[in-house]
Design a protein around this ligand. Structure first.
Ligand code: ATP
Ligand code: MG
Length: 283
């Protein structure tokens, strides 16, 4: 049995549960308690505030956890970062009032910075040799400069819209964050084995994200050209059709390239193109 800590509610909760479920570990939402067993894998799920996940994993209260890299860096606990998970992307940035003239990090010397991430920004200023006053506040960091609580802020940015609506501009991007899978450093042999089965499944799920599977009919003499358009995983699969001079071609394609590839394939005579969704990709 392995125990995973995930965020009980908030931005990472749904994507964490979805990832587990796509990897064959279902959690029954209706039976949701602080600690719930998953179905389909010897796993139990511990629901925590994201702030507490790095410590829970470092102390072995949970064996592994899903949390933002920003929280891992801020709490500075000794945990292993097993892999990045590709969701919950954001960045931690310094922002100042938009009318200020900014030439570089020296601007922050002697200034007061409001943040909920004193650890990360403190390390950043120490590395740059800048002395700034860091004011730790729990929320609504972005309004601090306009109410005179601080000269600048250090906060999470995703689109930047909140900064603009508070008259601020982003001047330094300090940390790029996303959800990560973290692990306790001294897992038993049995738990290591379970963790590696889980990461294998996560990889298969991640590989299929943004991928589609295409099938089409094609004049056989165009197969070489089609292979150049669709490199596929190793190479596309080509099967002869009952009708002389035609073949059927199958390949995995990145979704963002799908329409370009379809255009090119139609251009060389492909017909009856089918596009299917890909659920898991095992290599
Ligand atoms: P908790 O109640 O668990 O302490 P929280 O309020 O601290 O939750 P959330 O706002 O749910 O945290 O955000 C969780 C994580 O989601 C953040 O630490 C960050 O890693 C990630 N995240 C991604 N995009 C954003 C965003 N635009 N704003 C805030 N967090 C984001
Ligand atoms: Mg939190």
């Amino acid at each position: 049995m392995i125990r995973i800590a995930i965020q009980s509610k908030g931005r990472l909760n749904e994507d964490s549960i979805r990832l587990l479920s796509e990897a064959g570990m279902k959690i029954e939402e209706s039976r949701r308690k602080l600690l719930t067993p998953a179905e389909g894998f010897p796993l139990e799920v511990l629901y925590l505030r994201d702030d507490d996940i790095p410590q829970a994993v470092a102390d072995g209260v949970a064996d592994i956890g899903i949390v933002g890299l920003n929280e891992v860096e801020e709490r500075d606990r000794d945990v292993e970062i097993v892999r990045r998970l590709g969701f919950g992307k954001c960045r931690l940035s310094l922002a100042i009032p938009k009318e200020e003239d900014y030439q570089g990090p020296g601007w922050f010397e002697g200034k007061k910075i409001a943040t909920s991430y004193p650890g990360i920004v403190g390390r950043y200023f120490r590395e740059k040799g800048i002395k700034a006053n860091i004011e730790t506040i729990a929320g609504s960091v972005e309004i601090a400069p306009s109410v005179g609580m601080a000269d600048a802020i250090f906060d999470i940015v995703s689109s930047g819209g909140t900064l603009v609506s508070n008259g601020l501009k982003e001047v330094e991007k300090v940390l790029f964050s996303e959800a990560v899978l973290i692990g306790n450093r001294s897992l038993t042999e049995e738990k290591r084995g379970l963790l590696s089965q889980m990461t294998f499944r996560f990889e298969a799920v991640e590989r299929s994200r943004g991928m589609k599977y295409m099938l089409m009919n094609l004049p056989s003499d165009k197969a070489d050209e089609a292979v150049r358009i669709l490199p596929g995983m190793k190479s596309p699969t080509i099967l002869p059709l009952a009708q002389e001079g035609w073949c059927s071609l199958h390949a995995a394609v990145r979704e963002d390239e799908l329409w370009t590839k379809i255009g090119q394939l139609k251009g060389i005579g492909a017909e009856d193109i089918l596009v299917l969704s890909l659920e898991k990709t095992i290599w």
